[in-house]
Design a protein around this ligand. Structure first.
Ligand code: A2P
Length: 274
């Protein structure tokens, strides 16, 4: 089954579904998750320096037997390096750990102090062809407005928390209006969340022969966001990919959107302390 792809604002094509590896431990756990995902058909892995598993992501890609050039690899610039203005060094170190000589997407992880200077350094990495696209995470509307006002380089993506419980729809609409694609993290409500236990998802799932997780992933796909579900279990990794053979009705799309609680699972980008 081919994964739908989205063309980013610089012409680079990204698979709409990727494997997230936040809190997936370095070593066998990450190696196996990445290898299983790629063998199941995923072609997009989303990691970060601070997940401390980049070496294992690289090892999983090599063990999968899939050509590196066929895998969309994202990693992120951590806050300490943002505050230090050490973008290029941090990027090269991430590439070394991953064992790759270019990144598909490099992201500012949080709008930490000094991100403006880092954005210009990221633009240089892009101009030097070390990264195929650059973008940001956890940028609120006001951060995006500042960035677009100061730089001629438009982010390809804004990766933000989004799930049926915290859709973040206004920020998605604003990003899209600026031709910035949105990537959804914690798309299943995050580790330790209660979204997937909501009986409304089980009811909808029975009508399509799909699990609650598959229903939620499909909801994201139909909203047009890039979705990054995380799992360390091979069976769930495969299940989460099996969402391209059915379509949710408009009524079910609305019912899922009605699960909004307005509560974040992750930190508030305007008040984070790390
Ligand atoms: P696990 O990694 O043990 O499989 P998010 O992507 O929103 O961050 O959510 C990740 C959480 O959802 C993890 O706790 C993960 O557990 C769990 N999860 C991922 N896929 C499924 C699935 N298909 N069914 C149930 N839980 C899942």
């Amino acid at each position: 089954m081919d994964i739908p792809r989205i063309t980013l604002n610089n012409g680079v094509s990204i698979p709409q579904l990727g494997l997230g590896v936040f809190q997936t431990r370095q070593g066998e756990e990450t190696v196996n998750a990445v290898r299983e995902a790629l063998q199941a058909g995923y072609r997009h892995i989303d990691t970060a320096m601070i997940y401390r598993n980049e070496e294992s992501v690289g090892e999983g890609i090599r063990q999968s037997g899939i050509d590196r050039r066929d895998v969309f690899v994202t990693t992120k610039l951590w806050n300490d390096d943002i505050r230090a203005g050490a973008t290029k060094e941090a990027c090269y170190r991430s590439m070394d750990r991953l064992g790759v000589d270019y990144l598909d997407l490099y992201l500012i992880h949080w709008p930490a102090q000094g991100w403006e200077r880092c954005w210009e350094q990221m633009a240089q990495l892009y101009a030097e062809h070390r990264v195929r696209a650059i973008g940001v995470c956890n940028f609120q509307r006001h951060h995006l407005e500042s960035l677009l006002a100061m730089s001629g380089m438009r982010p390809a993506v804004n990766q933000i928390e989004s799930s049926p419980q915290f859709a973040n729809q206004r920020l998605i609409d604003f990003s899209n209006a600026k031709r910035i694609d949105v990537e959804a993290y914690s798309p299943l409500g995050g580790t330790g969340g209660n979204l997937l236990a909501d009986p409304r998802l089980a009811v909808i799932g029975r009508q399509y022969g799909k699990s609650p997780a598959q229903i939620v992933i499909r909801w994201h796909v139909q909203r047009g966001v890039i979705v990054l579900p995380k799992s360390t279990h091979a069976e769930r990794i495969r299940q989460n990919f099996d969402v391209f053979d059915f379509k949710l009705s408009d009524e079910h799309m609305r019912q899922i959107a009605a699960m909004e609680t307005g509560k974040r699972n992750s930190a508030d980008p305007d008040h984070f302390d790390f």
